[in-house]
Structure formats: C-alpha cells, structure tokens
Ligand binder design. Structure first.
Ligand code: SAH
Ligand code: SF4
Ligand code: F3S
Length: 446
C-alpha cells in the first residue's frame, strides 16, 4: 500500500516519538497538520518524504538513544536528498544549535512552542530547499489548536494545559516546556464532546500538573470544575487525567472522583522519594506525612482505587539511610505500580550543581533493590484480584499473541484473555480474573 501511495504521487510521512504522553499527543497533532497538506502516514520509513523525530530530554538515557536515532537517519538522506528530516520537541528546544551543527542531514529543527507551525515550516523547506530552525524561547499565551490524527479509535488524549511552573530541582521539563498555559474550558469540553460523538470510549486529560489547571486563565475555573464538566459528557464512559502533583491533590478532588460516574478510580501521585530531606531538596512542596494522609483519604473514600507513583533513586547526596526510608515508604504505602528512575543530571537544573552526585553503580544497585521490593508488592496486590470479575475496556489484540485480546480496568491494570469473537474493540466487557502477574492480569470473558 505504501508503494502504491508513492506511485500515485502521495507524499508520505513517518514519525518517531520518544517521551511522555504529552509528546505522543503532540505527534498526533503533527500528523494532523501534515494531513491537511496531503501527507499520508507510513510505517515504512524508507518510503517517507518527511521523517519527524519527536524528542525527549528528561533523562540522559533518552537523549543518548535519540542522538543515535538521528545519526542513523543520515543513510536515508544520502539515498534521497529531497527527504525532509525534522527534529522536534523537548530536545530540539534545549539543544537546537548542537543538533544543527552535529547533523547536517537534519533540515528542520522545531521547538516545543512552535509545534503549530509545522505546515508553514514544511512549505518553506519544500520551496527553498533550505534548512529551517524555528525555536521560540517562550510560548505564546496559548498556541492555536491544530487538527489531530488519533492513533487509537478508542482512547484519546486531551491536553488541558501546557508547561510547568513547579521547578522540581532535578527536572528539565519547565525549561523546555515553558510556563503553565491552560486551554479554555469550552475548547476542552468541545473536544471531548467531539471525541464522544466519534466513538471514543476513554479520554485522558493531559498536563504536567493538571491540578494547576485554570490558574492562569481570566475566567474563574479550576481542575475540579473541568473534571465535573467532563463527567457530564455521557458518551464517554471513562475519564482519566495525568499527572497530578501530590501537593495540589486534596479531599475535594477525591470526593469528586468518588461521586463521579466516569472518572476512573486510579490515582497517579508521583512521590519521588520517601525521605523528607530529599523531598525538600527536590522542591516538591510536601512531606511524607502529608502524602501518607492523602493515601489514607483516597483509600477511605474509594476502597478499590489503585495508586501508582514515580520514584527517583540516587538524587545528589542521597544517603543509604535516606534510600532505606524510600524502601520503607513504598512498603508501607503499597503502590499498585511504581515507575522507577535513576537520577539523571540535567544541566541547567539546580540539582545538577548539587554536591554528592552518586556513582552510576550505586544508583543502579538502589534501583534494583527498589524494583525487587515493588514487584513483589505489585504481584501481591494483583493476586488479591484473582477470582474476581472486572470491567475491562477492550483495546485490541495483545502485542505478543494475536489470539489474545488486551484491555484495561478502570484502575488502569492491563488484562489479557483469549479472544472469543463476541467482543469488539471499544466494548466494555466483564472478565473473570484467573491469574495475576506483576504487570498483567489474565482471565476469561464472561
Ligand atoms: N509532571 C509529571 C511528570 C514529569 S516527568 C510529574 O511531576 O510527575 C516523569 C517522571 O520522570 C517524574 O515524575 C520523575 O520521576 C522522572 N524524572 C524527571 N526528571 C528526572 C531526572 N532528572 N532524573 C530521573 N528521573 C527524572
Ligand atoms: Fe518536572 Fe516537577 Fe514539573 Fe513534574 S511537576 S514536570 S517533575 S518540574
Ligand atoms: Fe520528555 Fe518533554 Fe515529556 S522532556 S517527559 S517529552 S515533556
């Protein structure tokens, strides 16, 4: 099909996306823009007229991988000199000069605040044949909405705000994504309504810190208002949001989730560390006692809720005792899932200058210890679900086994079962759980 498209003179594009949900969503919006000027997506990179690499720089490991990827593209450019290779997103925002200098085969460098200019910039390159670099230091108050091509037919991301004002001391995101900008409530609600009408079953409201939603708007709206408005949209059975900052999570929000019909009983609350002094050095703005209280409040209000987190090990100066505090903390909170990261020194962030940067070997050893403890907890929690029947949204075939289907529970757990032929993608089905693993539940359709 790709070959046919090319023969007919269609122009083809291929995107490669790294990083968080925000980036995945941006890639859908890049695709949406290219569609408007006649480009079709292709899975086959060798066929593409435009290749866009949407980048992440949150950790050095991601960056290394991406630099490798950009290097590989040189081969394609030498075969097809008209090929447009674009590097966009967070790393482009941070390292534009380095990218231009190091990779002559890259013809477009576009920053995070320029995403909506894609059509214009591609046209510019097509007519001039010259390289284009468009990286604004600062965002406009709010970039215009652009068309989107959704990857899934079932589940969609809806950005509600861009940027971050928190400046956690380890984190590069505020520098590459700029200050918080909220989309007007009406635009968000209209988008969700359209998604509902188009048959989507699940939406995820996206922002680096969704609890700050509305603070920068002239109108008096906050995240609670947005959630309650979204909950009224009857065509969408499941609403999710991420990421919420523990500091800004409160009983009012917990009550809204509890009393809502559609907001899923899943709380992703990145704690980062179980040591108060590390939390302070991270500028997280809460203590472990405060956080524990949140967890207690959530479990009291919504007993079946799942709670997940992010953790960083090896923050500068983290002592063995402080690491053990984190271990004890996760043992007592008992998270459904924890995403664990090695601290990565990001130049330009305050923590990069802190004394006591730890050797990689120490960080790795701590990470392994943490993962071993958490995996056991995740498994124990999942095992409690064997024998129960859970509502699952059918997402599609399992990646590993065509005969199996994959879906998620409202608590965001992955469920696999043998396809029976009666269930369709997008259906809400009841699955009897027979077997629990650390990352997945296995069952059968009732
Ligand atoms: N805004 C979200 C997500 C930010 S990035 C939040 O506040 O939760 C996702 C995760 O990456 C963070 O939660 C953190 O655990 C991790 N992270 C960010 N910067 C990092 C760094 N320099 N080194 C290691 N992990 C980091
Ligand atoms: Fe980074 Fe903190 Fe903002 Fe999350 S809240 S994006 S960790 S600065
Ligand atoms: Fe990475 Fe940018 Fe997201 S740095 S984590 S892609 S906001």
């Amino acid at each position: 099909m790709d070959l046919d498209q090319k023969d007919k003179g269609h122009k083809l594009f291929h995107t490669i996306t790294f990083g968080c949900q925000m980036n995945l969503n941006d890639s859908e919006r890049l695709a949406g823009q290219l569609r408007t000027i006649g480009y079709e997506a292709t899975e086959n990179i060798d066929q593409a007229n435009v290749i866009l690499i949407n980048t992440c720089c949150v950790r050095e490991s991601a960056e290394k991988k991406i630099y490798g990827k950009i290097g590989e593209m040189k081969r394609l450019k030498s075969v097809n000199p008209n090929l447009i290779i674009g590097v966009v997103g967070c790393m482009a925002q941070k390292d534009k000069d380095k990218i231009v200098k190091k990779f002559p085969h890259v013809s477009l460098v576009m920053g995070t605040h320029n995403t909506h200019q894609l059509v214009e910039l591609i046209a510019q390159i097509e007519t001039s044949g010259e390289k284009v670099v468009s990286v604004w230091e600062q965002a406009e108050r709010l970039a215009p909405d652009v068309p989107t091509v959704h990857k899934s037919q079932i589940s969609a991301w809806v950005p509600i705000m861009y940027g971050c004002n928190n400046f956690c001391t380890y984190c590069i995101v505020p520098y590459v994504r700029g200050r918080e900008r909220s989309r007007p409530l009406e635009n968000i609600i209209a988008e969700i309504q359209q998604l509902g009408a188009a048959g989507f079953k699940e939406i995820t409201l996206l922002g680096q810190n969704v609890n700050s939603y509305g603070k920068d708007l002239d109108t008096q709206v906050d995240f609670s208002d947005l959630l309650q408005a979204a909950d009224q949209i009857e065509t969408i059975p499941r609403i999710r949001y991420m990421t919420s900052h523990p500091r800004d999570m409160n009983t009012k929000l917990i009550e809204i989730v509890k009393n809502s019909k559609r907001i899923c009983e899943h709380f992703h609350l990145p704690v980062q560390s179980g040591s108060n002094s590390i939390l302070e050095q991270m500028n997280r703005g809460y203590t472990t006692a405060y956080y524990r209280q949140l967890v207690t409040d959530i479990r009291k209000a919504i007993p079946g809720a799942s709670i997940t987190t992010d953790l960083i090990v090896g923050f500068p100066g983290e002592t063995e005792e402080q690491f053990l505090e984190t271990l004890e903390f996760i043992k007592s909170v008992r998270y459904d899932v924890a995403y664990t990261f090695l601290y990565s020194q990001r130049s330009g962030t305050p923590a990069a200058q802190y004394e006591g940067q730890l050797p990689l070997a120490v960080k790795k050893a701590r990470l392994n210890q943490l993962m071993a403890v958490q995996n056991e907890i995740s498994l124990e929690i999942n095992e409690q679900l064997t024998g129960t029947v859970i509502e699952v949204l059918v997402e599609g075939a399992s990646k590993k086994d065509e005969m199996k289907l994959m879906g998620r529970t409202r608590t965001n757990k992955i469920v696999l079962w043998e396809k029976t032929g009666t269930e369709k993608i997008g259906d809400l089905v009841n699955i009897q759980i027979d077997k629990a693993q650390t990352w997945v539940l296995k069952g059968r359709l009732l």
